[in-house]
Design a protein around this ligand. Structure first.
Ligand code: ZN
Length: 448
């Protein structure tokens, strides 16, 4: 028989795909065949027995701030809404160093991987002196752990001196930001469907950067053909702030800055009215719904059903680990399901909707239609869960059980045909040592 590198993920307990009851065949990093009931693979393939696994497309995280794993559940920030919460945390984040960031990124990415995430974004916008290589550090960790990442070159150039929220020590000037953005795209951004590392441009929020930088960032993204990201419509405070500063609502301001186009995805998207949702849909803008973060900071609830009806794509994001405070994307699926079901009722939101947001929906947010779905030709990014924990005992429908019983840890994760999580662990990662060093770094940073 002819030798191939094909793997048959054989006879899964359940799989989020139609016509793949006997599993799928993976070869050269892609899904090449769905095997239906009663069928066998057309090509020779080594079997991976998946009889105890529920198989999902790898989950995709569309919003995070990895560095914030160093300030989880920080006493000074507890019990605050967004703006005062930010003001409590900025001085601590100003003490980020390359070593601390490297640990924070490793922790966040490991946590994501173990929750079934195969592609993540990160929004890094804090650049105190000495941390100019922040995104390069993130690229190195991404390559070491083996998941895909869309790393955004964040920015802030409006500090307290200019009426903004962040302290002067964490902002940079416009020329520095734009030059480094172009450098990062040139050095790290991959363009093929099998890309591991991509770069996007991402001012922190329209209120922490100048109008000039907002406009210049959109122009540069267009020129370099990369995606654009920022926070928008997270709180009512933001609407008031925008009214006072620019005399308009946040979406109008975004439009004035040249951001209303299909390369833009926005974090949160809570406080839009119906005509604004229509404009978002027509522009092809997508939203990263961050259900845990929105509840923790009491920011409100993203109206996902109205958004989808208006043609706005919805993905999921865990958001930074200081406002969630977990980086567990499978738990985020459950939270989004519960929050949206409470809002819209049982007839409009199912567990499959929540899984769709975290996979195909998130893939749309990051402009990667080759991800987020189990079908022929898509990249072989998969998350496999076992249902032999106490929390699943007595389950019926395996896919529903993942969401309803609270799955939180994948047993196996594959990225581009390669196993990056095996038996619930990341090969070659000393987890105890990582937790020890990351904890020490967090204590040192919080102590000042
Ligand atoms: Zn955020």
């Amino acid at each position: 028989m002819q030798q191939t590198n094909a793997i048959w993920i054989k006879d899964p307990l359940a799989i989020l795909a139609d016509g793949a009851e006997r599993g799928i065949v993976v070869q050269n990093g892609r899904i090449v065949e769905l095997v239906p009931n009663g069928g066998r693979p057309a090509m020779p393939a080594a079997a991976f027995e998946a009889g105890e696994h529920v198989v999902l497309p790898g989950l995709i995280n569309t919003h995070h701030h990895f560095y914030q794993t160093l300030t989880r559940a920080m006493p000074a920030a507890l019990g605050r809404e967004l703006f005062p919460w930010l003001q409590a945390l900025y001085p601590v984040w100003a003490r980020l160093t390359p070593e601390r960031l490297e640990l924070a990124v490793t922790v966040a990415m490991s946590e994501l991987l173990l929750s079934g995430c195969t592609t993540t974004t990160d929004h890094h916008y804090v650049f105190p002196p000495g941390l100019e290589q922040a995104i390069d550090i993130e690229v190195a960790v991404t390559r070491r752990l083996g998941l895909r990442a869309l790393l955004t070159r964040g920015s802030m150039n409006r500090s307290q001196r200019d009426g903004g929220l962040p302290p002067d020590s964490v902002v940079q000037d416009e020329d520095t930001i734009l030059a480094d953005s172009a450098r990062l795209v040139a050095e790290h951004h991959q363009r093929g469907e099998d890309a591991i590392v991509q770069i996007a441009l991402a001012p922190c929020s329209p209120f922490s950067v100048t109008t000039s930088l907002m406009r210049a960032t959109a122009t540069l993204a267009e020129k370099l053909d990369v995606r654009l990201h920022t926070h928008l419509a997270e709180t009512e405070d933001e609407n008031r702030f925008c009214g006072e500063m620019h005399g308009c609502r946040p979406l109008d301001y975004l439009e004035q800055c040249g951001w209303l186009g299909a390369r833009t995805w926005l974090a949160h998207g809570i406080h839009f009215d119906a005509p604004e949702m229509q404009r978002l849909g027509e522009a092809g803008i997508t939203i990263s719904h961050c259900a845990c973060s929105n509840q923790l900071l009491a920011s409100g609830c993203c109206p996902v059903c109205e958004m989808e009806a208006a043609g706005v794509g919805i993905g999921l994001g865990v958001d930074g680990s200081a406002s969630n405070d977990a980086s567990n994307l499978m738990q985020e699926v459950r939270t989004a399901f519960l929050v949206q079901r409470a809002r819209y009722g049982v007839g409009r939101v199912s567990h499959k909707d929540a899984l769709r947001w975290a996979t195909k929906g998130s893939a749309t947010c990051i402009g990667r239609p080759e991800l987020g779905e189990i079908s022929v030709g898509k990249m072989a990014d998969l998350a496999l869960f076992r249902l032999d924990e106490l929390r699943f005992s007595g389950h019926g429908d395996p896919l529903a059980a993942l969401v309803l019983c609270g799955a939180h840890r994948a047993d196996r994760v594959m990225v581009g045909g390669r196993w990056v999580v095996v038996d619930g662990a990341i090969p070659d990662l000393d987890m105890a040592d990582l937790i020890h060093r990351h904890g020490a770094a967090a204590r040192a940073m919080q102590a000042g």
